[in-house]
Design a protein around this ligand. Structure first.
Ligand code: C5P
Length: 212
């Protein structure tokens, strides 16, 4: 059973304000290079999507991304024939091996699996900085990547979403909306997504321990 890692890295990084986010460096390496390095040893091939289809990191094939994350992932899905795909955001550069193993094992059993973390904070719905309704955190998970799928299943889910004009921020939710099971696999706090300047400061600090 062949496995391809697909890495959407075509975002513009607007909230970070440092150009295309995947090419921002932490601890002297780009976020994309870190993600590819963590994936390479676990899969048969790595395909990345960058804004202009150039700048492939070592050990990866590169294609041009789309206007949204969802379009980028659909392009990546069409760029491989692997039986299983592991989709991982370049913006999550610290990827432990244990997580890759667990999420792939989940997909082999159920067809679809995602890494997620049980929510630890108190949750409230707010408007205009006013405390509204308390939301119970019982049973709530925060969804991360990597996510792993049988390729034909996730392609079917993407095609359905495009036909029905449904846009999501991840891929597992496209499978779930077809009423197909998605396995939740315990994630890791180090898999946080680098989105804001303060995330970047956290990533710089973590890189020191990660690279030691
Ligand atoms: O913007 P956000 O942080 O949610 O992006 C998540 C991931 O999707 C990032 O790795 C980003 O590079 C990627 N992306 C993409 N193509 C887009 C938009 C985002 O590959 N058009």
């Amino acid at each position: 059973m062949s496995v391809a890692a697909l890495v959407p890295a075509a975002g513009s990084g607007t909230r970070l304000g440092k150009g295309p986010k995947a090419f921002v460096t932490v601890g002297g390496k780009t976020l994309l290079a870190r993600a590819v390095e963590a994936l390479r040893g676990h899969v048969d091939e790595v395909v990345v999507a960058t804004p202009d289809g150039s700048d492939a990191p070592r050990g990866a094939r590169v294609i041009r991304g789309g206007g949204t994350r969802q379009e980028t992932v659909e392009r990546l899905l069409r760029a491989t024939n692997a039986d299983f795909v592991l989709i991982h955001d370049a913006a999550r550069p610290f990827l432990p091996s244990r997580v890759v193993h667990d999420v792939l094992a989940g997909a082999r059993v159920q067809g679809a699996a995602t890494v997620a973390l049980p929510v630890a904070d108190t949750l409230v719905r707010g408007a205009d900085n006013a405390w509204g309704e308390l939301v119970s955190r019982a049973g709530l998970w925060a969804v991360q990547t990597p996510q792993a799928f049988r390729r034909t299943l996730i392609l079917e889910a993407h095609e359905a979403a495009r036909r029905e004009d449904f846009e999501a921020t991840d891929d597992a939710s496209l499978v779930a909306r077809l009423d197909r099971p998605v396995r939740l696999v315990e994630g890791d706090a180090r898999l946080f997504k680098v989105t804001t300047p303060s995330d970047l400061a956290l990533a710089e600090a973590l890189a020191v321990a990660w690279d030691a």
